[in-house]
Write a protein that binds this ligand. Structure first.
Ligand SMILES: C[S@@+](CC[C@H](N)C(=O)[O-])C[C@H]1O[C@@H](n2cnc3c(N)ncnc32)[C@H](O)[C@@H]1O
Length: 183
């Protein structure tokens, strides 16, 4: 059966460049940071953001235990401030919205910062770059956040961007994802 959470990264692979710059906009426990770190390699760079020190701690532990390349910078700040830290164009970026699994659910992404963070990420995209945004509509705030993101993406200029949504037709509360590709 199709599992979107395992399929989604395949859509980023064609955009990843060895030595490129990647951003994990929602670090969490670091699984996506680890994947990006290995994907861009020793000569690449990964910036990862989270607002919780616990996320930085668990990500650092994961990266060290998995012998990730020393190409990452873990940043304790909200993703809507990414342009303060990331000065290079990025080949790929990932958002995995919601809360840190196994922790306080009130510390979660909110559209007030998610929407400007996505707009910043789009500005950071290099030519042929791509962003992946995983949305969790199983709770009302997540569903609303996803709809608002869709409104922004639907307005992206078609000549420069391709914006797509992937979801299970017969399971409206299952996670889905958006893919934005810059031409
Ligand atoms: C679903 S988890 C991410 C999972 C992660 N990608 C992984 O691989 O383990 C969502 C994360 O977003 C973080 N978050 C919430 N608001 C944020 C913000 N404004 N800026 C950056 N991260 C934020 C939460 O603290 C949480 O750790």
């Amino acid at each position: 059966m199709l599992d979107l959470k395992t399929t989604e990264k395949n859509f980023l692979i064609p955009h990843i460049k060895e030595g490129g710059v990647a951003v994990d906009f929602t670090m969490g426990n670091g699984h996506d940071t680890l994947w990006l770190s290995k994907a861009v390699g020793e000569s690449g760079k990964v910036y990862a953001f989270d607002v919780q020190q616990a996320a930085l701690d668990s990500t650092k532990a994961l990266l060290e235990s998995e012998n990730a390349p020393q190409n990452y910078t873990l940043i304790l700040d909200s993703h809507h401030n990414s342009e303060k830290y990331v000065k290079e164009p990025i080949c790929v970026g990932m958002f995995n919205l919601g809360w840190l699994p196994g922790s306080d659910k009130t510390v979660r992404t909110h559209f007030e910062t998610t929407l400007p963070a996505i707009e910043a990420a789009i500005r950071l995209l290099d030519d042929d770059g791509a962003l992946l945004i995983a949305v969790y509509p199983g709770h009302s705030e997540g569903a609303e956040e996803g709809i608002m993101i869709g409104d922004i993406l639907a307005r992206l200029e078609r000549k420069s961007y391709c914006a797509a949504r992937f979801n299970l037709m017969n399971s409206p509360t299952s996670p889905y994802f958006y893919l934005i590709e810059k031409k």
